[in-house]
Ligand binder design. Sequence first.
Ligand code: ATP
Ligand code: MG
Length: 411
Amino acid sequence: MTYTSFLIKYAEIAIKGKNRYVFEDALIKQMRYALKKVEGEFEVSKTQGRVHVECLSDYDYDEVTQALSRVFGITGICPVVHVKDEGFDRLAEDVIRYMEDEYRLKRTDGEQAGSSGEADDKEKLTFKVNCRRARKNYPMDSQEVNMAMGERILDAFSGVKVDVHAPEVLLTIEIRDESIYIYSRIIPGPGGMPVGTGGKAMLLLSGGIDSPVAGYMIAKRGVKLEAVYFHAPPYTSERAKQKVVDLAGLVARYAGPITLHVINFTDIQLEIYEKCPHDELTIIMRRYMMRIAEHIAGESQCLGLITGESLGQVASQTMQSLAATNEVCTMPVYRPLIGFDKNEIIKISEKIDTYETSILPFEDCCTIFVAKHPVTKPNVNIIRRSETKLTETIDELFRKAIETDEVIVVS
Ligand code: ATP
Ligand code: MG
């Protein structure tokens, strides 16, 4: 049997009261975006308070379910078989065939359909029929359908049993105006909130493992992303930049299109390198990244910054270092990985498919000018004093860096 549509389940957004439609509309928009990349024609719609994807052409099942499983807000994807209403007997035949195909059950009534093999044919299974009548003039009420259909299924397969409390298969039969829907499987979705319901934030995106994961996590809470990448040509290569563009593209599969700002940071880095103590380079450089990111974020109507920082991971991510980098901006800085171990972060990056790209060995602007023994517990007052050495030149360099902003829309 082929699935004609997918019923979309969503939990968290359903509890938002009067705002519910805002969330559903955002969900639908993101689903349409995700399906645009899949071959085939699909219609995403909301009817009677439920979201469906109708498949209007041939399609690849795995591609569709994979695309939908990247849309935040979805908790489950149910593949649905549609049948015409041609009386209860005909419906029972369709349902039995559905159970046979879907769970490879062996029929006991001699009407074995050709397809099922031997080895993995199921002998035992518990189920419960769950009829929903959207069309109230159907000749039987829901309870009658549940009972009668349960009996037909018991008659058709020997090993099956009814379990009304904890069935392995909850078989839903939904009687609607145009047709009858049959479904039982639920493919898990990513959860979270639909992107676009939670404002916008600026992700500081490097080519590393952490920042793409950080962006993913904040987007999962419904936040739209922009991103900024600081490069230092000729010390960093075109390939390093392309890697960041690629990472933005991988995050965009979940977060929707991302406007990426590429900023030339070379002159600022050289100036810091020349004028400031080398053990403070990383901290001072990070303070300027934050300042520039905040500036661009403000111009792009972002409400916060996102970084991939994790407490204690490296010298620039101790409490003292974070205090020093944090004090230069007033915008909230979201650090969703702050309490994560590296292996926990790697697990997520593998799950969202950014890991393989992140570990490509291209140089990063932070590592090129890095000191052998960076301060791990910087004193903010000392850092501020070091920065006064930049007073004469930095405003101009800051302005120039912002002028280099190369905007790339990654989708
Ligand atoms: P990542 O794996 O995300 O690169 P990291 O462990 O290498 O992180 P740092 O290099 O200290 O850590 O960077 C901390 C955070 O600062 C990054 O997660 C990222 O948000 C931001 N960042 C670092 N370098 C850049 C850069 N070149 N452009 C934009 N943001 C950057
Ligand atoms: Mg890095």
